[in-house]
Design a protein around this ligand. Structure first.
Ligand SMILES: NC(=O)c1ccc[n+]([C@@H]2O[C@H](COP(=O)([O-])OP(=O)(O)OC[C@H]3O[C@@H](n4cnc5c(N)ncnc54)[C@H](O)[C@@H]3O)[C@@H](O)[C@H]2O)c1
Length: 362
């Protein structure tokens, strides 16, 4: 990709779609990135949202064409409903703009993604996706546990997000607009799983999609993934859970880690004496057990969770470095490809109720 402009020159950005997430991008850029990225304006198809932007002092373009034809706009963030991403991204690339697209970049088609990547390569422009949850504190904690190896060989990871409100009643509830939780929350949590296993191949998966509160699109799913080196990784997004399970549950040969929530309550418990297997029988229900008797404090040690710091603004700082200095993007085309293939396999598994295997690994 060719680099344009000097590093003293802020990048002019415009946002297409000034809804929940588009206004978040615009606000963050205005508040925290103005030295590197300047918000030129926004465009939303609905006048009520244009008016909302003007009330915040943000310039609104009269049309998408006007936004894309403005030479001050070098970079476009697309934050419209999922089904419109592909067409808008291609349109922006054809106008010579760099593009950040909200997730999912397309509604589950690798062919669409390839078309978008080819258009970006032909235009010599950045095309990337907003995977902001790579900076979530709970994820960074899980990442540090997996990379720092305090538990010994990890053989099981469970990543869950539970809500109790079903699918929101907007475009997220419609198939045609790319609704459903797999494409909404799933795409974040699956991206996290793949980035945690960047160098480990996915061998097979089995997925179940749920339709508890909605017939048209999934309101949740769970997928069991088997990676190389006997790692099982489960991702579960559900929206009918009035009692939540922990955000992360990680099992290693020598201990367990629990990250209970986004606020990172939790702990690591490690065995301090594996040899001491003696236990006395305890009452368990109507029976007794030695096998499942709880550990006594002399054979385990408790540790606080690591709390690494992270800053989502790094995402936009990287975008600046890519465009001005030719740095590699944090979210790459190959990562997007892998994620899209994973989503396709989950849909196949869910629809056909079968295990999907990847002969060469994914
Ligand atoms: N990364 C994240 O954390 C995150 C969080 C929420 C949403 N999102 C993503 O952001 C996108 C938008 O979601 P949202 O929650 O902001 O939805 P939203 O419904 O609040 O906003 C979408 C906006 O796009 C406008 N719009 C629709 N079609 C348009 C078009 N052709 N041209 C211009 N404007 C158009 C709508 O009028 C609306 O204001 C989705 O892809 C969603 O998946 C990402």
């Amino acid at each position: 990709m060719e680099t344009l402009g000097t590093i003293e020159q802020p990048i002019g950005l415009a946002v297409i779609g000034y809804g929940g997430m588009g206004s978040y991008h615009a606000w963050k850029i205005l508040e925290q990135l103005s030295g590197k990225i300047t918000l030129i304006g926004v465009y939303d198809i609905r006048e009520v949202r244009q008016e909302a932007a003007r009330e915040k002092g943000i310039y609104t373009f009269p049309s998408r064409e006007a936004l894309l034809s403005d030479p001050r706009v070098e970079l476009v963030t697309v934050a419209t409903p999922n089904d419109s991403h592909k067409e808008i991204v291609l349109n922006a690339l054809h106008h010579g703009k760099h593009v950040i697209c909200e997730k999912p970049v397309t509604i589950a088609s690798s062919a669409d993604l390839e078309e978008m990547i080819a258009a970006a390569e032909q235009a010599g422009r950045l095309f990337t996706v907003h995977q902001n949850r790579r900076w979530d504190p709970d994820y960074l904690t899980a990442k540090e546990i997996l990379e720092g190896n305090p538990l010994g060989r990890v053989f099981n990871v469970e990543s869950r997000v539970h809500g109790s409100r079903g699918v929101p009643g907007d475009w997220r509830a419609l198939k045609a607009t790319g609704g459903g939780m797999l494409l909404d929350w799933g795409i974040h949590m699956l991206d996290q799983m793949l980035t945690l296993n960047e160098h480990r191949k996915l061998l097979s998966l089995y997925a179940q999609l749920t339709y508890v509160t909605c017939d048209e699109v999934d309101d949740g799913f769970r997928v069991f993934c088997r990676f190389e080196n006997d790692l099982t990784f489960m991702v579960e997004i559900l929206t009918s859970n009035f009692i939540e399970l922990p955000r992360w549950y990680i099992l290693g040969e020598n201990g367990t880690a629990i990250v209970k929530n986004w606020g990172r309550d939790g702990e690591i418990v490690k065995v301090s004496d594996w040899e001491n297997r003696e236990s006395v029988p305890v009452q368990a229900g109507v029976g007794i057990t030695k096998t499942m008797a709880p550990r006594t404090n002399d054979t385990i040690q408790r540790y606080p969770l690591p709390l690494p710091a992270g800053d989502w603004l790094e995402y936009y700082h990287n975008i600046f470095d890519v465009i001005r200095c030719g740095a590699p993007p944090i979210v790459t085309h190959n990562q997007q490809r892998r994620l899209m293939k994973l989503i396709e396999a989950i849909l196949t598994s869910g629809e056909e109720n079968r295990v999907v295997t990847f002969a060469e690994g994914l």
